[in-house]
Design a protein around this ligand. Sequence first.
Ligand SMILES: CC(C)(COP(=O)(O)OP(=O)(O)OC[C@H]1O[C@@H](n2cnc3c(N)ncnc32)[C@H](O)[C@@H]1OP(=O)(O)O)[C@@H](O)C(=O)NCCC(=O)NCCS
Length: 156
Amino acid sequence: MTRAAGMSDQPVALEPVGKGNRAAVLALELAPEQQGFVASNTDSLAEARRDGEAIPRAVVAAGRVVGFLMYSAPDDDDEAIIYRLMIDRREQGKGLGRAAIAKALEEIARLGHVRRVSICYELENEAARRLYAGFGFVEQEPDEDGEMIAVLELGG
Ligand SMILES: CC(C)(COP(=O)(O)OP(=O)(O)OC[C@H]1O[C@@H](n2cnc3c(N)ncnc32)[C@H](O)[C@@H]1OP(=O)(O)O)[C@@H](O)C(=O)NCCC(=O)NCCS
């Protein structure tokens, strides 16, 4: 993966996944060494169909689907979990992952009932660690699967 230091973040939109963008989400790719960091989008969309609490989103920049994320924010819980994020390998290093998380946090904050957001990632996933730390996510203990949990308390 190449880094494009100094590039300013591009505007992104988060769009519900449906007929019009599903194929584009499924066509997104990761580098081989990244594939262990997140479930495939095929698996995530199948999971979203089974799990009524899953909120899948296409990450769209300049009219193109460039990534995917998924979170849950049940009405009866003050904690939301962002549990999938990926940016297509050809689009990484351009600020899109950061912009996608910023949009997801805005969307979650607008729900009104969420006080904290948690996220988890493999211990060796330095890109994820740095990305989330930049938003103020604070690392907790690794969970029982050995993945790091990080938590952000929403202000206000
Ligand atoms: C993690 C991921 C979403 C980042 O997306 P991205 O669009 O490339 O990231 P951005 O360009 O927005 O970078 C934002 C910040 O993330 C961190 N980061 C991103 N890529 C990095 C890398 N290769 N090495 C170290 N830090 C990195 C940096 O802190 C960066 O900020 P900086 O450029 O000011 O240093 C992307 O690498 C990805 O899809 N990885 C595979 C799937 C995955 O690991 N998902 C997270 C699992 S929870």
